[in-house]
Design a binder for this molecule. Structure first.
Ligand code: F6P
Length: 361
C-alpha cells in the first residue's frame, strides 16, 4: 500500500504557505510516490474530517500566490476546540477525534505548517503518539528554534515599501508620519523595515518607550532643518509607564489578545508635545497578504521538501529549521513555548542606533 502524508496550514496566513504546500505535495507525490491528503482550515479540517485528496495538478500555478489553498484558522486548537451547543459556546478536547481521523485515513505522517500556536498543538499531538513533522511560518519571525520563518521577509518588504511612500508625503507636508506594523511580542518587522526604510524612530515591544525622548528626537530633527520624521511602531509596543493598546480579546484564539491603536496613541502624544502635525497609517493585514518575495518562495520550498524528507526517514516529532544557511531539524519541544524576541542590545538595534535611530529609550 502507498504511504500517505497528511498536511494542513494553521494559524494566521502568510505569504509562502502555498509555496510550502506545493513543495510538500510535489516531493511526496513525484519523488516518493506517496499519497497526500490536505485537511482544510487548519486543525478544524482534522476534527470535522474536511479534506481533499491531492492530485499533482492541484498545486500547479500556486507558487506565487498569497494565502493558502487549504484555508487556515488561528482559533481551532484541537485540545481546546470551540463548539456551539444550543447557542452556548463551549470548549472541548477533540484531540482523540483527530487521532481517530488520522487512523481512518491511514496517515503515516502529518505535516503541520504553522506558527507557535499551531506547532504547540502539533507537539501535544506528537505526545499522544501522532507521527508529526512541523514547518515554521509566521510574518512575526518569533519562533525560537529557527533563524527565519517564511512570510517574514515578504512582510518586511511590504512595510519597507510603505515607509518609502510615507517619506515623500511626510517631507512635502513637514509632518510626522507613523506606521503601525504587526508584531505582538516581537518587534522584528518594525525593526528590519525601520532600518531598511530609514525610519527616524523605531518602537518595539522589547524596548518600552519614553514619549518625551521620542518627542525630543523629533524636535531635534526639526532644529537640524529636517522638517519631517518617520516613526515605525510595532502593534504590541508600550510606554515605560503604561500598557500596550488592546483592541479586543478573542477567547478561542491561541493568542487571544488583538492589539491595535498604539500608533494613534503615539500620534496624539507627539502632536501634543511637539506641535508638529502627525498622521498614522496602520498597515494591518496587508502585511500578511499577497505574493511572497523570492526569498520566501525559496525558504518555504526548502522547508516543504525537508519536511517530506523527515517524514520519509520516519524522523517524527521534529520541525524543519533554518540555522545559518542550512536546513536542519529540531524537536517540536524545542521549537515552541519560548518566543524569539528582539534582543534590546543586539546587533540590529545597535546598528540602528549608530545611524541615529531613536528607540525612545
Ligand atoms: O501572528 C500573526 C499575526 O499577524 C500577528 O502579527 C497579529 O497580531 C495577529 O496575527 C493578527 O491576528 P488576526 O488575523 O486574527 O487579526
Amino acid at each position: 500500500m502507498k504511504k500517505r502524508i497528511g498536511v494542513l496550514t494553521g494559524g494566521g496566513d502568510c505569504p509562502g504557505l502555498n509555496a510550502a504546500l506545493r513543495a510538500v505535495v510535489k516531493t511526496a507525490m513525484t519523488k516518493y510516490d506517496y499519497e497526500v491528503i490536505g485537511f482544510k482550515d487548519g486543525y478544524k479540517g482534522l476534527v470535522i474530517n474536511n479534506f481533499i485528496r491531492f492530485k499533482p495538478g492541484d498545486v500547479s500555478g500556486i507558487l506565487d500566490k498569497g494565502g493558502t489553498i487549504l484555508g487556515t484558522s488561528n482559533r481551532d486548537n484541537p485540545f481546546h476546540f470551540m463548539m456551539k451547543k444550543d447557542g452556548v459556546t463551549e470548549y472541548k478536547d477533540m484531540s482523540d477525534r483527530v487521532v481517530e481521523n488520522l487512523h481512518m485515513h491511514d496517515i503515516d505522517c502529518l505535516v503541520v505548517i504553522g506558527g507557535d500556536g499551531t506547532l504547540a498543538a502539533a507537539r501535544d499531538l506528537a505526545r499522544k503518539g501522532v507521527n508529526i513533522v512541523g514547518v515554521p511560518k509566521t510574518i512575526d519571525n518569533d519562533l525560537n528554534a529557527t533563524d527565519k520563518t517564511f512570510g517574514f521577509m515578504t512582510a518586511v518588504e511590504t512595510a519597507t515599501e510603505a515607509i518609502d511612500k510615507l517619506h515623500s508625503t511626510a517631507e512635502s507636508h513637514h509632518r510626522v508620519m507613523i506606521l503601525e506594523v504587526m508584531g505582538r511580542n516581537a518587534g522584528w518587522i518594525a525593526l528590519e523595515a525601520g532600518i531598511a526604510g530609514g525610519a527616524d524612530v523605531i518602537v518595539i515591544p522589547e524596548i518600552p518607550y519614553d514619549i518625551h525622548k521620542i518627542a525630543r528626537s523629533v524636535l531635534q530633527r526639526k532644529n537640524e532643518g529636517k522638517s519631517f520624521s518617520i516613526i515605525v511602531v510595532a502593534e504590541g509596543s508600550r510606554p515605560i509607564d503604561g500598557e500596550p493598546v488592546i483592541k479586543k480579546s478573542e477567547e478561542e484564539s491561541h493568542d487571544s489578545v488583538r492589539f491595535g491603536g498604539i500608533g494613534n496613541k503615539l500620534a496624539y502624544d507627539i502632536e501634543r508635545l511637539t506641535g508638529i502635525e502627525t498622521r498614522v497609517t496602520v498597515l494591518g493585514h496587508l502585511q500578511r497578504g499577497g505574493r511572497p518575495i523570492p526569498y520566501d518562495r525559496i525558504l518555504s520550498t526548502r522547508y516543504g521538501v525537508a519536511a517530506v524528507e523527515l517524514a520519509h526517514r520516519e524522523e517524527y516529532g521534529k520541525m524543519v529549521s533554518l540555522k545559518g544557511n542550512e536546513i536542519v531539524s529540531v524537536s517540536l519541544d524545542e521549537a515552541v513555548g519560548t518566543l524569539k524576541t528582539v534582543p534590546p542590545d543586539g546587533e540590529l538595534v545597535r546598528i540602528a542606533k549608530s545611524v541615529g535611530v531613536s528607540f525612545g529609550d
